[in-house]
Design a protein around this ligand. Structure first.
Ligand code: SAM
Length: 284
């Protein structure tokens, strides 16, 4: 089966059925969670300080849920209404925006302390239409230029993605550099076909003083992954014990959040349905 981004535009590919299938797949949950933890590690935020983060292509909130668990405040953007609908139903804490990142962001300069993006920017490599300003380089340039401006100085953006060639990595990094970013590519488990992961590690400011972190080495990260999950379980248990874990929000909370979005003039707020406020399935 070819990669999703080669099959259809994202808002079509992630329709109602695929959005639910994707979100409920426990293997996908685990992979996305692992990559989100790794992105947070690479983001290198000061420990125990609040931070306001952007989750680019937040989807149904698998990555955002980790940001919640870690105590960050975040905003998520995604182009697929069905993915955002699932995120709302799953009661993630982040504010959600329906937006095509290839059109660029309209956030105030310096709004965010950092940004992450998990399994998204490879979608920008496919032309949406034949219009000349919709070509991948144009879309990538708008994306990186407006992302750079939305981040505070100094800060980082960590973007995990699935390139199919070195040329794609080259294209993406050169456009990011032209937009003003420093940094480079971090490859984890470069020799493992299954575990290899590519992270674009972008820096704003600091006069080039930041070093690109090293990728993780080795062939078989399974043990390490299991250990990471154990750590995550322990962290969640601890937060629950300390009373820090967010309470599960009920139907009223979701209805209020949807109403707020409608008042802000958002057109894509999902209808209230019998599923609104359904209890979230435990991850473990
Ligand atoms: C594999 S999912 C990842 C979702 C989430 N980050 C996670 O870790 O579960 C890819 C997401 O990228 C979104 N996406 C793709 N192209 C996009 C674009 N041009 N603008 C905004 N979102 C986009 C898709 O709608 C989809 O939700």
């Amino acid at each position: 089966m070819s990669r999703p981004e080669l099959q259809a535009p994202p808002e079509i590919y992630y329709g109602d059925i695929e959005a639910k299938k994707y979100t409920n797949n426990s293997r996908i949950q685990q992979i996305q969670a692992d990559m989100t933890y790794r992105a947070l590690e690479l983001l290198n935020l000061p420990p125990d300080e609040p931070a306001f983060l952007l989750d680019i292509g937040c989807g149904s909130g698998l990555s955002g849920e980790i940001l919640d668990d870690e105590g960050y405040t975040w905003v998520g953007v995604d182009v697929a209404p069905s993915m955002l609908e699932v995120a709302l139903e799953r009661e993630v804490e982040g504010d959600l925006f329906l937006q095509d990142i290839g059109q660029g962001f309209g956030f105030r300069p310096g709004s965010f302390d950092g940004a992450i993006s998990i399994s998204v920017i490879q979608w920008l490599l496919n032309a949406e239409t034949s219009h000349p300003t919709s070509s991948p380089p144009h879309r990538l340039a708008r994306f990186f230029t407006t992302l750079h401006s939305a981040l505070r100085n100094p800060s980082r953006a960590i973007l995990q993605f699935y390139p199919t060639s070195d040329d794609q990595i080259q294209l993406i990094t050169s456009i990011a550099q032209k937009a003003g970013f420093g940094g480079g590519v971090v490859v984890d488990y470069p020799n493992s076909k299954k575990a290899r992961k590519v992270f674009l590690c972008l820096f704003v400011g600091s006069g080039g003083a930041q070093q690109v972190p090293k990728g993780l080495e080795g062939e078989s990260p399974e043990e390490e992954e299991r250990a990471k999950f154990e750590k995550r379980r322990e962290r969640i248990k601890k937060r629950e014990k300390d009373g820090k874990r967010k309470s599960i929000k009920g139907k009223d909370w979701i209805l209020k959040k949807k109403e707020l979005y409608r008042q802000r003039g958002k057109e894509s707020v999902p209808r209230d349905s019998k599923f609104t406020g359904r209890k979230r399935k435990p991850v473990f």
